[in-house]
Ligand binder design. Structure first.
Ligand code: ATP
Length: 133
């Protein structure tokens, strides 16, 4: 018998980044990782920048997720994200450049640098490198 699945949809302002059936979905909640199996109780949570993992038929796929919200109900996991990329969509050299820029800004310790913005850019770049690597 095939395993029971749920529908996962990741939507960004630009596109539907992911739309597949999944057995198990793990998202980066603001207070820690949240894992969902089919028939999970209804839930809404804010998400931070991090890795979303999808399991199906023993395979795991990772998606770089850049903040947003998740809603779970009726065996549907809907993620609204600022941006999301599967590993094959990530431009590693662009992420390396973004990481370098952010690290240089943070190392400069200048008053002109928006530290929170640089830290957020660094988190996005590191998440992309983790998923693509
Ligand atoms: P950069 O400084 O390189 O633009 P960023 O973290 O500021 O990176 P975002 O604002 O998070 O970029 O994303 C803007 C758009 O570019 C989104 O659609 C996102 O999916 C895409 N994007 C950003 N970096 C990459 C990357 N390394 N590979 C593929 N797509 C990327």
């Amino acid at each position: 018998m095939s395993e029971k699945t749920q529908r996962l949809e990741i939507v960004t302002p630009q596109r539907v980044a992911y739309k597949e059936d999944a057995r198990f979905v793990v998202v980066p909640g603001v207070e820690g990782e949240l894992g969902f199996l089919p028939d999970h109780a209804p839930l809404v949570s804010a998400l931070k920048v991090g890795v979303l993992r999808v399991q199906k038929d023993g395979n795991t796929t990772s998606v770089a997720l850049h903040g947003g919200f998740v809603e779970v109900r009726d065996s549907r996991v809907t993620v609204l994200a600022n941006a999301a990329e599967r590993s094959d969509e990530i431009d590693m050299s662009r992420a390396e450049e973004a990481k370098k820029r952010a690290e240089e800004r943070l190392a400069a310790k200048s008053e002109d640098v928006d530290t929170q913005r640089a830290e957020a850019a660094l988190r996005r770049a590191l998440t992309r490198l983790k998923v693509s690597g």
